[in-house]
Design a binder for this molecule. Sequence first.
Ligand code: 5AD
Ligand code: SF4
Length: 436
Amino acid sequence: MKSYYIYTYGCQMNESDSERLAHQLESVGYIATEEVNEADLIILNTCCVRETAENKIYGRIGELKHLKEKNKNLIIAITGCMAQKNQADMFKRAPHIDIVLGTHNIQHINEMVKEVQRTKKRQVNVEMDNTVLPELAAKPNGTFFAWVPIMNGCNKFCTYCIVPHVRGREISRPVEAIVKEVRELGEKGFKEITLLGQNVNSYGLDFKDGTDFGTLVDALDGIPGIERIRYMTSHPQDMTKAMVDALGRSSNIVTQLHLPVQSGSDNILQRMNRHYSVEQYKDLLQYCREKIDGVTITTDIIVGFPGETEEDFQQTLQLLKDVRYDMAFTFIYSKRSGTPAAEFEEQVPEEVKRVRLQALMDVQNEISLELNQAMEGKVYDIIVEGPSRTDENMWFGRTSGNKMVLFPKQDGLNVGDIVDVRIDKGQTWVLYGTVL
Ligand code: 5AD
Ligand code: SF4
């Protein structure tokens, strides 16, 4: 019996791809191991959205070198976005790697492994086929929630972003294939699914037959067993009012919307190639709040984009205060070579970026705290996820709005149960409650 170990970095799309890699490996007899030191095959499913991610992964690849020295038959494979970006150059920096497999080629993992075993030579496959999306089964993750990719790629080309370069053009999965997978998940006892795409709001447009994200949301409504449908990531430019209406009328779409704004300055949004103004963005959010009852709103923001002045940054702070996000994921701009913004003059000094990030987090943390405190005394339904990582006497679950709620462990409660909790205390990142 041969064993495998997968490290997964980056976004949920990679989590999903790792489950699909695992399924393929197990279909030819590999078994998962918890001990990386004992694995016969190690996969690093990688991310390159920011430089920090890449550095971390190169660090890990370096640490694996000694395992290779101990076990000459060990195979190390690099998959995902960094593999796609750096291609065979990965071997220069890390000669102990055996396989570099691009984002469009994970269906070939077993052949690649066999080829290394047969030839004892390194293998690279980074061909990009922007016309088909292979249907790949996933290894069940032993929980009540599952990832469901609905498309791959991105056609937006925001000027800072490497994703369109490494994930290729948008290709959607047919509605029927997605509905079939979700039905099967419901039959297997999964209660929550997350629809994944770099830009879910342009789902289906490549079919050119009128299909869009709203069509998919309607088609997934009422599938037995599926209590909650999450979706990410949305793009303000492509999110139409009709889609918002579909989200609002669906019985199982969650009351959370992740709508990255990236900046609160029209000038910067234009330089980012985002195709909307702050005013349009705010109008859209207003519409979402009207149509999706009790919706929580989260966002992504980049500070220190080239040319961002103090005035631009102040506008971003103002936007946070106007919108009052439940949570914001905040990033320091990271230069990605091959993207237009990397060539822009007026790069912002590192120190300024750090100061802005801190100021942004300070403002947001206060808002998150206030919004979570406002939930105190109210009752929400949560799906029980299991014991808290830090305190085994506490369990946790999430609301439909994706707020994490901790509560004292109780007999008779099982992972996946849906229960009512009363919120007793709201903090910045978590809430404390009592199961009713
Ligand atoms: N630098 C910093 N943040 C980035 N993001 C994407 N590219 C970069 C970059 N070069 C952020 C965006 C996106 C999130 C997933 O990552 O905010 O929404
Ligand atoms: Fe990157 Fe913009 Fe596409 Fe998101 S929409 S993946 S930020 S290019």
